[in-house]
Design a protein around this ligand. Structure first.
Ligand code: ADP
Ligand code: ZN
Length: 212
């Protein structure tokens, strides 16, 4: 199964991608995590992406298309995968189509902007593996420490309220048109992301089982 998760920053894509990944035993591919990883390593890609990410803009299409293409070619993707944070523009969606990647389902996780802004202030991510947590809605077992890898939990630079506002604008302008794109392709299902994590997960799994 090849799945795309669509939704505003902070809608819960990363967290839900992990849940589906466990359930269906397919990898979750996050372009955001890949770009942060590249930055940490100081690769040319990471350096090119940095200023865009810090200001809440999208990284140029060619850069992300290149990394996701490479990642999808890895053997663990043969049985399917979940795309978290890609595609984010119509050009990226068209590139996927041109690569011959047949997407089975697109799940839109719908959360109103007002809820996003409050959510982001409690978000923490693992420095080691990129897993995300929320101080009240999805806390780790031990404060400040990742459940999965014992890595340190930190606040993302781009999670400050001003940048969040910019990322929301970017989402509405550049990514939301994909809702229409995949609706027309008959692949879209929208679930309510403004409910407890487990309930949103259940709704996603139901949407994946149902025929579109
Ligand atoms: P979120 O979903 O919380 O906004 P991500 O971790 O998915 O966060 O992405 C963080 C940043 O990485 C984005 O604001 C953007 O700058 C960049 N990025 C991630 N994926 C893409 C993509 N597919 N196209 C362009 N930029 C991307
Ligand atoms: Zn971790």
């Amino acid at each position: 199964m090849k799945i795309i998760l669509l939704g505003a920053p902070g809608a819960g894509k990363g967290t839900q991608a992990e849940v589906i990944s466990q359930k269906l035993n397919i990898p979750s591919l996050s372009t955001g995590n890949m770009l942060r990883e590249a930055q940490k390593k100081g690769t040319p890609l990471g350096q090119q992406a940095k200023s865009y990410m810090e200001s809440g803009q999208l990284v140029p299409d060619e850069l992300v298309i290149g990394i996701i293409k490479e990642r999808m070619a890895q053997p663990d993707c043969a049985g399917g995968f979940i795309l978290d944070g890609f595609p984010r523009t119509v050009a990226q969606a068209e590139a996927l189509d041109q690569m011959g990647v047949a997407i089975d389902r697109v799940i839109e996780i719908d959360v109103p902007d007002e809820a996003i802004v409050t959510r982001m202030s409690g978000r923490r991510v693992c420095e080691g593996c990129g897993a995300s947590y929320h101080m009240t809605h999805n806390p780790p077992a031990a404060e400040g420490v990742c459940d999965k890898c014992d890595g340190k939990l930190v606040t993302r630079k781009d999670d400050d309220p001003k940048t969040v506002q910019q990322r929301l604008e970017t989402y509405h302008r550049q990514t939301q048109p994909l809702v229409d794109y995949y609706q027309k392709a008959g692949k879209l299902r929208t679930i309510d992301g403004n409910q407890p994590l487990e309930e949103a997960s259940a709704a996603i799994l139901r949407a994946l089982e149902a025929s579109v």
